[in-house]
Design a protein around this ligand. Structure first.
Ligand SMILES: Cc1cc2nc3c(=O)[nH]c(=O)nc-3n(C[C@H](O)[C@H](O)[C@H](O)COP(=O)(O)OP(=O)(O)OC[C@H]3O[C@@H](n4cnc5c(N)ncnc54)[C@H](O)[C@@H]3O)c2cc1C
Length: 476
């Protein structure tokens, strides 16, 4: 059977329009560029130290762990060690969708933990509410806006996927073609569903910087340019070894995500998959008027290979997703970040979505490593006789879930039985990825199958059905 085309192929932008849109981009994440002059630098660790808790990694997971630790136990001596700078990795270059979901979406969670889904949904909303309250409590300047999210159907077969009862309070509603167009004018939209509760948009790099500022103001010792080389056992403590010294502590939280784990058992639990993003110049008032988007929702479409997009505080449009590229060997490398075909595809899809904006330019192009795990959401565990906790593998949806992960690690390091730690979602350990070359073959085959499904009205082929049945698979 001949595969169908998608709207992005049926109404592709001209190569000249794509070339014009990309011509003046710099290969840098907009978010980190935006805070370049104002960010606080933290000194490297020099010499040996003792602590009550060492956190390894200065992305959201590490930063929330350090902050929550001193909120939960004021006066605790917490040291955070980051190999480069706070928020340089995924946490400073993501789309800034701070979602309630702890399971990378309802569908993924419900397929794996159907009985727990009501609890997981409630805990996810509570987590997002707590993030909002934290931002307000410490006056964190991170452009946090609880706009909700708008899922849009861009192919006829996707409209049915948005069906379902509306919330009685109007917080989660189906929008037909006219209603969705009234929110945001795109000729590609056939229908939408706007859930106001389950998402906020943030400035990712500001959020990371502000978490570090607040943690530091509450007594956390933050050290940048301090890669941790290994963990040594030392009686009832762990020695966290860096080039310039070591920190001894009874408890260690590993928040190193997609980077090589300090625990051998976790080396094959996450793989980096590169995701690509563009940022436009700020829209003029006239351009915004043409599009609408007064309610500033985070938007995503519904294909397996989906796009996500949102406004920044200064009314730029961030447009990302679709391509997700795995490089054989599974390493995080700067040279993987600049991939012309992915940016051209994104620019073309942007112009298909908003033809009114033809002529405007993108200013920034970048990519980052998605922290893929085989269950599409974070996994949690303890090692070294309960002295070391870890959480990783958010598979592209960790902005909000990182805070939940922080509390899970802190509960477990304290040996507490909580609602969080009793979840099967927290206790289950997913399958690792197979070693190379099987990892490359499997991941790329799955990507091919997902793309093919999008070109066959969403129908999934035998490979995807098999992976689904095993609870394995791949998504961005
Ligand atoms: C392009 C892109 C778009 C995304 N969009 C979204 C989105 O819109 N919404 C969403 O929810 N999620 C999104 N994500 C995913 C989200 O950004 C991540 O899930 C989240 O930032 C993970 O935070 P983290 O702290 O666990 O990991 P990271 O931000 O990767 O931080 C890990 C840190 O650990 C440090 N580290 C590693 N090893 C060591 C060591 N040995 N010693 C010291 N330090 C070490 C690293 O230097 C790094 O700073 C996106 C990701 C990408 C790449």
């Amino acid at each position: 059977m001949t595969p169908h085309t998608t709207v992005f192929e049926r109404t592709a932008a001209s190569p000249a329009a794509v070339e014009h849109a990309l011509a003046r981009t710099v290969p840098t994440p907009f978010w980190t560029d935006d805070v370049r002059g104002s960010r606080t630098a933290y000194p490297p660790l020099g010499g040996d130290a003792d602590a009550d808790l060492v956190v390894v990694g200065g992305g959201y997971t590490g930063l929330w762990t350090a902050l929550r630790a001193v909120e939960r136990e004021p006066g605790l001596r917490v040291v955070l060690l980051e190999s480069q700078t706070v928020g340089w990795a995924a946490s400073g270059r993501n789309g800034g969708f701070c979602e309630a979901s702890l399971t990378h979406g309802e569908e993924n969670g419900a397929s794996r933990w159907p009985d727990e889904m009501p609890t997981l949904s409630r805990l996810g909303i509570e987590n997002l509410d707590d993030i909002e309250a934290t931002v307000a409590r410490y006056d964190m300047a991170c452009d946090f806006e609880r706009t909700g999210q708008l899922a849009v159907a861009v192919e006829p077969h996707q409209v049915a996927w948005l069906a379902g009862p509306d919330a009685a309070d109007g917080a989660d509603v189906f929008l037909d073609r006219d209603a969705v167009q009234a929110e945001i004018a795109s000729p590609t939209y056939l229908a939408g569903r706007w859930d106001r509760r389950t998402n906020a948009i943030v400035h990712p790099a500001k959020l990371a910087a502000e978490l570090a500022r607040v943690a530091s103001s509450l007594g956390v010792a933050v050290h940048e340019q301090t890669p941790v080389r290994r963990l040594d056992d030392s009686g009832d403590r762990v020695e966290v070894v860096t080039d310039g010294g070591r920190v001894r502590a009874p408890r260690v939280a590993l928040a190193t995500n997609v980077f090589p784990s300090l625990l051998k058992r976790n080396r094959l639990m996450t793989v980096p998959v590169y995701d690509y993003v563009l940022m436009t110049e700020p829209l003029t008032t006239a351009q915004l008027d043409e599009i609408g988007w007064r309610n500033r929702q985070g938007v995503s479409d519904l294909a397996n290979q989906f796009h996500y997009y949102r406004l920044s505080a200064d009314d730029r449009i961030l447009f990302g997703g679709y391509d997700a590229v795995y490089h054989a060997g599974g390493r995080v490398r700067p040279e993987y970040e600049d991939r012309r075909p992915s940016f051209e595809k994104l620019a073309s899809h942007f112009l298909t979505t908003f033809p009114q904006l033809e002529g405007m330019r993108f200013t920034h192009r970048w990519s980052g490593a998605i922290d893929a795990s085989t269950r599409f959401c974070a996994f949690y565990g303890l090692a070294r006789a309960g002295k070391v906790a870890y959480a990783a593998g958010f598979t592209g949806l960790g902005v909000g879930a990182a805070r939940f992960a922080a509390d899970v690690m802190l509960d477990r390091l304290r040996g507490l039985d909580t609602e969080r730690t009793s979840l099967a979602m927290v206790q289950d350990r997913p399958w690792p990825f197979p070693p190379e070359p099987a990892a490359s073959i499997g991941i790329n085959l799955t990507r091919w199958a997902l793309d093919r499904a999008d070109h066959r009205e969403g129908r999934r082929n035998l490979l995807l059905k098999t992976l689904d049945a095993l609870g394995l698979g791949f998504d961005s």
